[in-house]
Design a protein around this ligand. Structure first.
Ligand code: SAH
Length: 270
């Protein structure tokens, strides 16, 4: 999900009686993405693989999943580890679905979703054993995120994040321009690793997410959502634009997937 989110202060001021058109856009965005199991590229296998590089968090471990969305990857983590897991996301709609998902899996006693912003996390300093974040750190920016979030990790705690990454030093102009505008911090694997090292982490593992994480698991499920969504919002220019943007992004991925993707970075705080 590659969108420009409202600044949190503004968001918290919102109320139903006084919504501008701009604010309604976020309702539409939430509606569109809440009908999907995941709000970003990824897979159960990739979550499992990233977790395999770190010691499995035990029952007393505290884990945070930042920008958790409706919790696809969080539930995978919870099935693999008995840890206490907090999912945090800006949007109450996603967090309601997250908590329903946790309850359906009878995990609600140790998997809790809360609303909040990744720019001001509600955790105690050095209290977390693991910070997880799939397809979300771009909202704060990779470098700011890894630096600020580090203070919430215990010494020796782990960070596991996916971020948009160039696979090559050179790339066609069209895709370069698209991503540089969408996410100026997109960079190569060595550049991101160097940022991690500078921020006080040691890299444990990194791997590129397989193509199916984008196609089968993210863009393809949107095809049905798009048809239903456009039918429901006939004549709504914002809805039409939202769908067109997602289709454009999917088309670019198909054409240029050799040059970029999400990379999972698994690192330990030193
Ligand atoms: N991790 C999920 C969702 C990824 S989409 C998955 O992979 O399926 C990015 C998520 O970041 C969205 O759910 C969005 O609501 C959330 N988000 C955006 N800005 C945020 C912020 N400032 N603080 C917390 N969450 C944010």
């Amino acid at each position: 999900m590659r969108l420009h989110w409202p600044i949190p202060e503004k968001f918290s001021d919102m109320n139903d009686d006084n919504k501008s058109i701009h604010e309604f856009d976020f309702d539409l965005i939430c509606e569109y993405f809440s009908s999907l199991d995941r709000q970003g590229p990824g897979s159960e296998e990739s979550t499992r693989k990233a977790l395999s590089f770190i010691p499995l968090p035990g029952g007393h471990s505290k884990v945070a999943d930042i920008g958790c969305g409706t919790g696809g990857q969080t539930m995978t983590l919870a099935k693999l580890s008995p840890a206490q897991i907090t999912g945090l996301d800006l949007f109450p709609v996603f967090i309601d679905l997250f908590n329903q998902n946790a309850a359906n899996l009878q995990l609600q006693h140790r998997v809790k979703g809360i609303t909040g912003t990744m720019e001001n996390l509600p955790f105690e300093p050095e209290s977390l054993d693991l910070i997880w974040s799939e397809g979300a750190i771009y909202n704060i920016g990779f470098e700011r995120g890894i630096n600020e979030w580090r203070s919430f990790l215990k010494q020796g705690g782990y960070l596991a994040v996916t971020d948009a990454t160039w696979f090559t030093d050179r790339r066609p102009q069209e895709i370069h321009d698209f991503w540089t505008k969408e996410y100026p911090e997109i960079d190569t694997i060595p550049a991101k690793i160097s940022q991690l090292q500078k921020a006080g982490y040691v890299l444990e593992a990194c791997f590129a997410l397989p193509e199916e994480c984008w196609t089968t698991n993210f863009y393809q499920p949107q095809i049905k959502t798009q048809a239903d969504f456009l039918r429901k919002h006939t004549g709504n220019a914002t809805a039409v634009e939202l769908v067109a943007n997602q289709q454009h992004e999917a088309g670019l991925y198909e054409q240029y997937k050799a040059f970029y993707g999400y990379v999972f970075y698994v690192a330990r705080k030193v």
